[in-house]
Structures are given as structure tokens and as C-alpha cells.
Ligand binder design. Structure first.
Ligand SMILES: NC(=O)c1ccc[n+]([C@@H]2O[C@H](COP(=O)([O-])OP(=O)(O)OC[C@H]3O[C@@H](n4cnc5c(N)ncnc54)[C@H](OP(=O)(O)O)[C@@H]3O)[C@@H](O)[C@H]2O)c1
Length: 265
């Protein structure tokens, strides 16, 4: 699908990878970009940047954890700016911690934003796209949606879920001429990873590189878009020698001290 002339809705567009995708879509000639996140000020700044490139931009301030608000925001966006041709589900959060030490609220928040929020937006927009008999849905997963890692159990689980959802929807929505792709970035230099302990030997990418990889992937209709040679290699190794890949991930995992059982509550 061509991005030029299209209307796109991008969640997580206030910063990081979502912001970079919005700017890249404007460079590709998108007509209208709907920018979704919670931080109004940050969204306004991205909208200004996009208008300066030549596309129309509209902020949508909405928390993905509030499902009723999400339904209203999608309905209003379609009514005021639709039809929406492209949905990019990019919003996400990551809490790096040992699973058994994580507060249940943190686990629910990760699942709520990364997966339940994505499910809700996707379902509401896919139903409308089906009536148009055209559309593109990009779900942002992660290399951790292929290779799970210690300290990232819940995050990895949400990203695996996104890969599964994407695969199933690709088949379900094909008769309606709706393409469904997954973007699987690896380590990218954004706010998300600033406070995290990084995995050894992993090369960091810039958000702009990820956005350009997405545009290439959309042009080629690549079902799962991996970013960078390390991700390609890790994915190949995992498919050919899964146990070896798992051992390597354990070895590369950050040297967090294993928590003591006496502090478990
Ligand atoms: N950075 C990496 O290394 C990396 C690697 C692989 C995959 N990814 C994936 O790429 C996506 C973008 O990550 P990033 O690195 O760009 O992270 P980021 O810089 O922290 O940006 C996260 C975005 O999600 C939005 N967001 C968070 N909680 C939200 C909520 N409750 N409701 C609505 N919007 C919410 C944030 O906006 P507000 O705070 O304004 O709401 C922000 O725009 C995520 O899905 C992430 O899992 C990232």
C-alpha cells in the first residue's frame, strides 16, 4: 500500500518510535495523521512538526487503559476524519522486573496498554475498514515477541500475543482487502529503555531507522518486519536452533541479581 494521500491513525505518537513513524509517514505524503497518546503538549509538538512537512495532523488525547474512552475516541476520529486507511498500534510500556516480584498492578498495566488497548482499537477500526473493503493495520510487537527474555516476562508475553493476533487477523481480514503486518523492533533508543538494564551485545537503533524499516516493509508487504541484522540473525537462530537461541538470550540478559525469596510478599 502507498502511504501518500492516506489517512493514518498512530497510537503512541507523542514520542519515540510512534513519533518517528508519524514524521516518516508525513515525509511519504500522508494526507492526514491522527496522533494518539496521553500527553497533549507532546502531541501538539509532533502535530506542528508534521504540518511543517505538509500533512494535516490531529492530536487525540486518550488513555488506552480506559476502554470506554477509547471507543468514543475511535468513533469520533472516524466520524470527523475518516475513512482511516492505516492503523499503527505503537503505544506500549515495559516494566523490567522479575516476574514474581512485580506488583500485580504493574502486570495489569503492561497487559492493559500493550495488548487489551491494542485489541480494542484494532477491533473498532477493523470493523469500519471491513465496510470500506480496504485498509492496513500495523501492530508493533518486538524481537521479544519471538524470543522471550528474563526480567521481561509480561512484556514478552504481550508481544508474543501481538504476533499471534497479527497472524490470525491477516487471514481473517484478507477477504476484505485489509493487510495486517507486525513490526518487530529490537533495542531502540527511546524513553522506554532509558531506565532499563540493557542486554549484552545488542546494537541500539534510532527510532527514525525503525520508521524507515516500517515504510520499506509496508511497500514490500512483509508480514513480520524485523529491524537490523542482529534481529534477523536472532530470529533465524531461534527457528533453526531454539534451545541454543534461548541459552544465548539468558547469557546476554542483564546482570540483575536474582531476588531473594525472603523479600517476596
Ligand atoms: N524502544 C525499544 O527498544 C523497543 C523495542 C521493541 C519494541 N518496542 C515497542 O515500540 C513501541 C513504542 O515504544 P517506544 O520505545 O517508542 O516507547 P516510548 O518512547 O516510551 O513511547 C511510548 C508511547 O506510548 C504511549 N503510551 C504509553 N502508555 C499509554 C497509554 N496508557 N495510553 C496511550 N498511550 C500510551 C506514550 O505516550 P504518552 O506517555 O504521551 O501517553 C508514547 O507515545 C512499543 O510498543 C514498544 O513495546 C520498543
Amino acid at each position: 500500500m502507498q502511504i501518500a494521500g492516506k489517512t493514518a491513525l498512530i497510537t503512541g505518537a507523542s514520542r519515540g518510535i510512534g513519533r518517528a513513524i508519524a514524521v516518516e509517514f508525513a515525509r511519504q505524503g500522508a494526507k492526514q495523521i491522527l496522533l494518539w497518546a496521553r500527553n497533549r503538549e507532546a502531541l501538539n509538538a509532533v502535530a506542528e512538526e508534521i504540518r511543517a512537512i505538509g500533512s494535516q495532523a490531529t492530536p487525540i488525547v486518550c488513555d488506552l487503559l480506559h476502554i470506554e474512552q477509547v471507543s468514543i475516541a475511535v468513533a469520533q476520529a472516524w466520524r470527523d476524519y475518516g475513512p482511516i486507511d492505516i492503523l499503527v498500534n505503537c503505544a506500549g510500556i515495559a516494566h523490567q522486573q522479575w516476574f514474581c516480584h512485580a506488583h500485580p498492578r504493574k502486570l495489569q498495566e503492561e497487559v492493559g496498554v500493550n495488548f487489551l488497548g491494542l485489541l480494542t482499537v484494532t477491533r473498532l477500526l477493523a470493523r469500519r475498514m471491513m465496510k470500506q473493503r480496504q485498509g492496513l493495520i500495523v501492530n508493533v510487537s518486538s524481537l521479544m515477541g519471538k524470543l522471550a527474555a528474563p526480567t521481561m516476562a509480561t512484556y514478552s508475553a504481550t508481544k508474543f500475543a501481538i504476533v499471534g493476533l497479527t497472524q490470525a487477523l491477516r487471514a481473517e481480514l484478507e477477504p476484505y482487502n485489509i493487510k495486517v503486518l507486525a513490526l518487530l523492533p529490537s533495542l531502540t533508543d527511546t524513553d522506554m529503555v532509558k531506565s532499563q538494564r540493557h542486554f549484552r551485545w545488542v546494537q541500539s537503533h534510532r527510532a527514525e531507522e525503525v520508521a524507515r524499516a516500517l515504510v520499506r516493509g509496508i511497500e514490500r508487504e512483509t508480514p513480520e518486519i524485523l529491524v537490523g541484522w542482529q534481529a534477523q540473525l536472532a530470529d533465524l537462530l531461534h527457528r533453526l536452533l531454539p534451545q541454543m537461541a534461548e541459552q544465548l538470550v539468558r547469557f546476554a540478559a542483564p546482570n540483575c541479581p536474582a531476588p531473594q525469596t525472603e523479600v517476596l510478599n
